[in-house]
Design a protein around this ligand. Sequence first.
Ligand code: ZN
Length: 149
Amino acid sequence: MKVDHLGIAVESIDKALSFYQAALGLELAHTEIVSEQGVRVAMLPIGESRVELLEPTGPDTPVGKFIAKRGGGIHHLCVAVDDIDAALGRLKAQGIPLIDETPRIGAEGCLVAFVHPKGTGGVLVELSQKMTRSEAAAGSPAEASPPAD
Ligand code: ZN
């Protein structure tokens, strides 16, 4: 397992890049809009992990509400797993409250599911499993396929 990324809620990706890219020196690898979650996402690799900047597409989105309530800041911790269904099953069996009982498609076509902060010591935790493009197109992960990387 590894930390796939740290999600950071920001009012403006462009403003945040003046720190993370220009001042700190990280490279901007990728941006996209995940409309299902109401966010614009920017990924900046740092070692084996990434910083994920999350800019809400509107005030009524989860990240928009988060910023209205607490201001910007660390929003979630994302852990990469090889088998997200198995990971969710393990958590469920231990009574950990889940936001997503079944995985959905997140940034970069990954399968993602969120674990409720009530069960994690106050941190929103995202599980993420890489999918290949063909699996993403088919809408579900193939059985017993090796990790995409
Ligand atoms: Zn994330």
